[in-house]
Design a protein around this ligand. Sequence first.
Ligand SMILES: [Zn+2]
Ligand SMILES: [Zn+2]
Length: 192
Amino acid sequence: MARSERVPLSKLDPRAPLVLDTRELGRRPGSQREVSRTVPAPADLGIEVLGVAEGSPVELDLRLEAVMEGVLVTGTATAALSGECVRCLEPISDEVEVRFQELFVYDDRDVDPDEELEVSTLQDDLVDLEPLLREAVVLALPFQPLCTEDCPGLCAECGARLAEDPDHVHHEPVDPRWAALGALAEPEQAED
Ligand SMILES: [Zn+2]
Ligand SMILES: [Zn+2]
């Protein structure tokens, strides 16, 4: 006889670093467990210009709490960020700490089909933390990361970092051999 249960596209691996096993809670509302672990960051944790390098440590402090419908996961994640300033392309190193909370409902519980897409579910009483972590990290990042708040960016003409050389100016391209002479001969700018 064919089974009518929905089969998840991919089975979670209980040993995967971002998979949490809730079976110890025994589905008893009120039972809870604290989990602290450091896991290697999954790929693409962040946005294009700023993120957590794949494999670098992510510290997780989590509380798993059984409730009637499922397991409530509350926690924080801390990780080092690397990326580059969108204005001057200098490397940026920073740290991100995010908090998250999500209810994962038991997968054998009837869920209103309209609701289904928005609900996180347990799979065989396992929690896949990765989507939750990814969402929390992405939301915490600035859209336009900057090395400093008032980074002046790069010179449009020569690409120099204006933060390092804020006053430099460009005149007509000058043969470098004449540059010294040209500077002397430069007429004072008259204002009228
Ligand atoms: Zn910058
Ligand atoms: Zn320049």
